[in-house]
Design a protein around this ligand. Structure first.
Ligand SMILES: Nc1ncnc2c1ncn2[C@@H]1O[C@H](COP(=O)(O)OP(=O)(O)OP(=O)(O)O)[C@@H](O)[C@H]1O
Ligand SMILES: [Mg+2]
Length: 331
């Protein structure tokens, strides 16, 4: 394992001792058993897995585990590397097997330990229905649980998933999401709007549907800068920092994981945005400085816990508050 967070077992870590099996069995949470004191909620993470690189579940699992969450990892597709590095084999689980596995998770006796589901890149349109079923089961077990939908369907060049998959994300998943984290292309595509200013991005975020929307890579106020806008029913905040040439992929995944942790921790909108954007910006800068073609989240992992960078955040006055039918859940 190259994961430094798991490479220094403490003497009390049963996985490090030869008597691991009985100790691990004793620790297995029983249905309805209380969580360990101070434990953060588990997160079900549904997205891609690459062999080399840091996109999708790789950076998100590391980030969430580094912050103290247990992660239930559900791969939607296996790829040797990010498609941006060149063509390679794609292995997508059969739709019926994927649906069956998610149905198993939906009836898992430990569902009450889960505080959030995050969905990201999907391998097929049919996977959306399976994700929706799991979200419904989680909400039934824990009404305060969050569903965070990262509608990973495209970027500046257009859609990079089949249109049927993008449509399923828009029509099946976004309507049931508590939180969405589209990039500005995805926000424009899903709302049918043209976005050229921060206010247009904030208004589109409010029109998307979910109560809380993080719009990434949005138009900024300053030249040469990028904005990340967090719109909630009663506020909209904009974080801004310089655009860095050569940023690796995976930043959208990282910021989604950071935002989810902040919301699960009870942070308010401004604090959640500040922390998520500061960590992401610092990770971009450190990856580019290292000359890396992937995020260097292992080497720069302290930026996940306490970023040294602090992006500028301001409240947007122009975006009008809107009413939502659904109550806010989960902080
Ligand atoms: N070139 C860049 N320079 C500095 N920060 C960046 C850059 N690109 C992205 N970021 C930061 O990362 C955040 C998320 O990035 P982005 O909008 O590209 O996500 P995404 O498109 O969902 O993910 P990805 O591009 O990894 O597929 C942005 O809001 C911004 O804060
Ligand atoms: Mg992007």
């Amino acid at each position: 394992m190259s994961d430094p967070a798991s490479s220094n077992p403490t003497p009390s870590d049963p996985a490090a001792s030869s008597s691991a099996a009985p100790a691990a069995a004793a620790r297995t949470p029983q249905p309805g058993a209380p969580q360990p004191a101070g434990a953060k909620p588990a997160v079900i993470l549904i997205s891609s897995i690459v062999a080399r690189g840091g996109v999708g579940t790789r950076v998100m699992t590391f980030t969430l585990e580094r912050l103290g969450h247990r992660v239930w990892q559900v791969p939607t597709i296996f790829l040797p590397w990010h498609p941006g590095h060149g063509r390679a084999t794609r292995i997508v689980p059969p739709d019926d097997a994927f649906a069956a596995a998610l149905a198993d998770l939906a009836r898992a006796p430990w569902l009450a330990e889960v505080g959030a589901v995050i969905s990201g890149y999907l391998g097929s349109a049919a996977q959306a229905e399976a994700v929706a079923g799991l979200v419904a089961a989680l909400k039934a077990a824990n009404p305060a649980a969050l569903y965070v939908c990262d509608p990973v369907v495209g970027d500046e060049g257009g859609l990079y998933v089949p249109e049927a998959t993008a449509t399923a994300v828009r029509d099946v998943l976004l309507p049931i999401a508590d939180v969405a984290t589209p990039n500005v292309f995805e926000l424009g595509w899903a709302t049918g709007r043209t976005i050229t200013t921060p206010d247009e991005a904030a208004n589109a975020a409010r029109a998307l549907g979910p109560a809380r929307v993080l719009a990434t890579s949005a138009p900024a106020m300053m030249k040469g800068a990028l904005a990340t806008i967090f719109a909630t029913p009663d506020s909209a905040y904009l974080a801004e920092h310089p655009r860095v040439e050569g940023a690796p992929n995976g930043v959208g995944d990282l910021i989604c994981a950071m935002l989810t942790d902040a919301l699960l921790s009870g942070a308010g909108a401004e604090a959640a945005l500040t922390r998520a954007a500061s960590t992401t910006y610092e990770m971009v800068v450190r990856s580019v400085k290292a000359g890396a073609d992937e995020l260097v989240y292992h080497a720069a992992q302290e930026a996940i816990v306490s970023p040294a960078a602090r992006v500028q955040v301001r409240r947007l006055a122009t975006a009008s508050p809107r009413r939502v039918a659904r109550p806010l859940t989960g902080g």
